[in-house]
Design a protein around this ligand. Sequence first.
Ligand code: KG4
Ligand code: ZN
Length: 337
Amino acid sequence: MNILSFESSCDETAVAIVRDGREIVSSVVFTQIDVHKLYGGVVPEIASRYHIEKISQMTEECIRQSGLTEDQLDAVAVTAAPGLIGALLVGLNFAKGYAYARNLPLIPVHHIRSHVAANYLAYPELKPPFLAMIVSGGHSHIVLVKDYTEYEILGRTRDDAAGEAFDKGARVLGLPYPGGVHMDRLAKEGNPKAMQFPKVHFKDAPYDFSFSGVKTAIVNYVHNAKQKGEEFSVPDLAASYSDAITGILAENFLRCAREHHQKTLVIAGGVSANSMLREKLLAGKSPDQKLFMPPLSLCGDNGAMVGAQGYYEFQAGHVADLSLNALSAFSIENQLC
Ligand code: KG4
Ligand code: ZN
C-alpha cells in the first residue's frame, strides 16, 4: 500500500510516499529555518504562508522522485494535530483536496504518534509494545506504546519542552535558531561538570519533567556574568546545561522503563538527535534492554513518519471524511477519528 503523506505542523513542509508503513519510496522536506532564524523563533503566519507556497510543487517533486504514477497511490495521510493551527490547516486542506480529487481514503495522523513511527522506517523488527520517550520542540513525553494506535502517557513536561529549553539556552549563548544542534556541537568541547544546574524531580510523579528552572538558571547566569563583566566559557556552559537537560530525560526514562519492566525502549523527536542524550541512554540501560534511536534524518519533522503511522491508522480503520479539522492541541492517547 502506497501512502502519500503530508507534514506541515510547524516550520517544515514535508511530503513523502511510504510503502506498507515501513519503506520510504520518496521523501522531500523543505525547512523554513533560514526564514524564522531572522526572528529567533517560528513566526506562525510566516510558516503558514511558506507552506502554501511550497506544498504543491513539493508534492509534484515527491511523486516524480518516487517513479510511481498517481494511480499507484492508495491513500493520503496528513498531520492533523497537534501543531500551529494555521500551518496544520495548509497541509490538511491540501491533503483533503488531493484525497477528494482522486477518491482516496484520508487518514489523519497525530504528530507525536508519527515521531514514534519514524523508528518503524529504520527498524523492521520494531513492533509494539514498547516504551517511548518523545522529545521535540513542543513536546516531552514518556509513553507506553501498547499497540500501533494505543498509547498511555506515563510522564510529561509540566512546563517547557526539552527542545524549547535547548533553544532558549542556545539563544542566551548567542547561538543561531534553532539552537539544539549548535548546543550539541559546542557541548562536545566543554566540561559538563563545570557548572551545576538545577534538576527538578517530582515526588508524586517521578517520570514528569520540568525545564523552566534550568532555563531560568542559564539566563540568570549569563546576564549576571555580563553585568559584572566576568568572562565565561561558552562550551563549558553548553556542556553543563546539556548535561542537566539530558540527565533529567535519561534518568526519568530509564527509571520508568525499570519500574514498568520494559525491555524495548524507543526515542523520537528532534531532541532525540542529541548526542549526550544518546550516550547517557546507552550507558544507563541494562544489557537486557534494547534501545532504538532513529537515524538523524528521521528525528526532525518529515513526511515519511506520517506515512508510517498513517499505514497503521488505516489498518485500524481510522479513516476520516472531509469534515476533518486540524487541532492545535490533542492528546496522543485520543483518537482523531
Ligand atoms: O521534532 P522537531 O523537529 O519539531 C517539533 O515537533 O517540535 O524538534 C525540533 C527541536 C528543536 O527545539 C531543536 O533545537 C531540537 O529539536 N534539536 C536538538 C538537536 N537537534 C534538534 N536538540 C538537542 N540536540 C540536537 N542535536
Ligand atoms: Zn515534530
